[in-house]
Write a protein that binds this ligand. Structure first.
Ligand code: HAM
Length: 439
């Protein structure tokens, strides 16, 4: 019987070298900004106790209800592949006593996450996120600084025309009243809601507000809005947030229907979207703008003042966000952002015969030690093939070590632009090349 062809699991992808270049670029930009804003790097395990997410994100959320990859280990533990990074960071904060450090504690991360979603462009079952979290600070200025950091990262990656959607979803003081208001608005209209929203009405009526179904949106447009029902503290917090946005000239827009899909949020929530209007697809790219518009938010986040306590720590206000790396990389590629090779070789080493090969192997190490990037084709024997490769790479200098030179302890330095050749002593060649590269 013919064996089925082995493929990566549905919705999970190899990150090929061509794509990793974009991931690396994004990583470098994040790292630079993290250093500037004094965030320390943290990586948590890919597997966690499933209860961390059911308690942290909320039992009635899509992520916990439908999208978690969870399983029982042979030892009887119930584990889950992490669907997001905030609950694990909070778990680590509590577990390692970071509450006793000077506050706030600022952490950032970059890694793979897992959700069993229906795969489509920009939505995968294994996807990468980077995130920034500030724990131990209640001030609204922090909410805005988090937005600013993500905005700066995207700007640094040459995104123009970003939109920041922002809302406040209140706190445990004011949200229960608003929830009751929503229920009394939607209950008599239940039959006009989609089947998902009929379920949400029982489990999490706030989620009806960001339903994408047209018939629900019509009802939502007349529904009460959280912003009109914030308690005094949340109202003041949100007012301050908006003033800081103005101060920094961040292009925000109020979206009273933004509620986010995770239960841990309090007060400020936000998402950042790319604006694809006026963007021409770059040549030879298969995705059109309409398709790309479907990738959705690049960044999502907000304040989560109750999560640390909920997961067993002391009450600690916190705020953060994370961004989808595949979505960013997809748009960077579409925009035709060129990423230069990390290090272009400056010298090519060509060799002929066994003795020359052995000496070249050593020479490669000598160049590495003094930091001159070289390229070689040690597996090739034909000089012509090797010189063609040197040409293709575009180096100015090629060193040729033939059988005769290897025996005599010399080597040829060839200028690839003029074709001129010189013979020098093998032990002097590294210094000679260094001199020429300085000119
Ligand atoms: P989230 O909105 O679920 O928030 O995810 C953040 C970002 O991850 C999204 O805006 C999107 O770019 C990307 N993303 C989410 N799901 C997928 C997927 N299936 N495929 C590709 N990309 C995806 C969180 O995860 C929160 N932990 C954010 C946060 C941090 N809140 C406070 N701190």
């Amino acid at each position: 019987m013919k064996k089925p062809k082995l493929q990566s699991p549905t919705g999970m992808h190899d990150i090929l070298p061509e794509d990793w270049k974009y991931f690396q670029k994004i990583y470098n930009v994040c790292e630079d900004l993290a250093n500037f804003y004094e965030f320390a790097k943290i990586e948590t395990p890919i597997l966690e106790d499933a209860e961390l997410f059911s308690r942290g994100i909320g039992l009635a959320t899509d992520i916990v209800e439908k999208q978690m990859f969870s399983f029982k280990t042979r030892g009887g533990d119930y584990l889950a592949l992490r669907p997001e990074g905030t609950a694990p960071v909070v778990r680590a904060y509590i577990e390692h006593g970071m509450q006793n450090l000077s506050q706030p504690v600022k952490l950032w991360y970059f890694g793979p996450y897992f959700r069993a979603e229906k795969p489509q462009l920009g939505r995968y079952r294994q996807f990468w996120q980077f995130g920034f979290e500030v724990l131990g600070e209640a001030e609204p200025v922090i909410d805005v600084q988090i937005v600013q950091i993500f905005y700066n990262i995207l700007k640094e990656l040459k995104f123009k025309n970003l939109t920041i959607a922002v809302n406040s979803i209140g706190c445990s003081q004011c949200r229960p009243c608003f929830r009751r208001l929503l229920l009394s608005y939607f209950r008599p209209r239940e039959s006009s809601l989609c089947s998902d929203c009929r379920r949400r009405l029982r489990e999490n009526p706030l989620r009806i507000l960001d339903c994408k179904e047209e018939k629900c949106q019509t009802l939502v447009s007349q529904a009460p809005q959280m912003l009109d029902h914030l308690c005094e503290e949340c109202h003041k917090h949100f007012k301050d947030v908006l003033e800081f946005f103005e101060e920094l000239s961040l292009p925000y827009s109020l979206n009273p229907y933004l509620v986010r899909g995770l239960d841990y949020y309090t007060k400020t929530v936000f998402e950042i979207f790319p604006s694809l209007a006026n963007q021409e697809p770059s040549q030879g790219k298969e995705n059109n703008i309409e398709e790309l518009a479907k990738v959705g938010a690049l960044v999502g986040g907000g304040r989560y003042d109750n999560l640390v306590k909920l997961l067993g720590g002391k009450p600690t206000p916190a705020c953060g966000a994370s961004a989808g790396i595949e979505r960013i990389a997809l748009l960077l590629k579409e925009k035709g952002l060129k990423i230069p090779a990390a290090q272009k070789p400056k010298v090519f080493l060509a060799q002929l015969g066994d003795l020359a090969k052995r000496k070249t192997l050593k020479l490669v190490e000598e160049f590495r030690e003094i930091g001159i990037p070289v390229s070689e084709s040690l597996g090739r024997d034909s000089l012509k093939t090797q010189l063609n490769r040197a040409d293709k790479i575009g180096v100015k200098w090629t060193l040729i070590l033939g059988q005769k030179e290897a025996l005599e302890g010399t080597i040829i330095i060839k200028n690839m632009e003029s074709g001129a050749q010189e013979i020098v002593k093998l032990e002097k060649v590294v210094g000679e090349v260094k001199k020429r590269l300085k000119k």
